[in-house]
Design a protein around this ligand. Structure first.
Ligand code: IMP
Ligand code: MG
Length: 199
């Protein structure tokens, strides 16, 4: 059986680079929110690993909560349809809320979330994203904290998936094209197992 590692064409952001940048973001957020007990709202599922490391880089008191949103099916292109799959456990009225996202691509998901949360009357509402793909933006946005600006490539790892796989990779990587096309890489080679899983 083909390993997950074998599907990776290149590592875009290494484990060490992620660690370094998240330590910087944690220090910045700790300074900015000192004395404010912010609520970090993680957007599932992609944001889970980033949240886990970001909260460990914070030195201030804070809470966490989760929302689940769906905007992608099994494909790498946005459907444009955003659905709320899981709402927050906490009332955010009067709270300082920081949304923690894995990646902002077209901006549709985060725009939907910002609108949805703003009407609940938080004391403040900001966005922290690990990755930003500004070239793909369809909705004008202000993002308060960005880990890395990345080119227009579909990335996986560190929480981000392709068809639910690769979230556990400890780096941000780009997949080989045959993973998407489900075509054999070479003649006489069968398409690998993911293709069978999806069909
Ligand atoms: P947007 O609504 O187009 O900004 O898309 C945001 C969501 O799409 C992210 O939270 C991801 O779940 C998913 N997404 C966008 N680009 C990528 C990518 O390169 N890899 C994996 N997921 C992605
Ligand atoms: Mg996401």
């Amino acid at each position: 059986m083909r390993s997950l590692e074998q599907d990776v064409a290149k590592v875009l952001i290494s484990r060490e680079e992620l660690e370094r940048r998240i330590a910087e973001l944690g220090a910045q957020i700790s300074t900015d929110y000192d004395g404010h007990n912010p609520l970090l709202v993680c957007v599932l599922k992609g944001g889970y690993m980033f949240l886990a490391d970001l909260t460990r880089a914070l030195t201030i008191r804070h809470g966490i909560d989760f929302m689940a949103i769906s905007s992608y099916g099994a494909s790498t292109e946005t459907s444009g349809v955003v659905r709320l799959l899981k709402d927050l456990d906490y009332d955010i009225t009067g709270r300082h809320v920081l949304i923690v996202e894995d990646i902002i691509d077209t901006g549709r998901t985060i725009s939907y979330l910002l609108e949805n949360l703003r009407v609940r009357g938080p004391a403040s509402l900001r966005v922290c994203t690990l990755l930003n793909k500004p070239s793909r933006r369809e909705v004008p946005l202000h993002i308060d904290y960005v880990g890395f600006e990345i080119p227009n490539e579909f990335v996986i790892g560190y929480g981000l998936d392709y068809a639910e796989a690769y979230r556990n990779m400890p780096f941000i990587g780009v997949l080989k094209s045959e993973v998407y096309s489900c075509q054999p890489a070479e003649e006489n080679q069968r398409p690998h197992d993911r293709c069978y899983l999806e069909s």
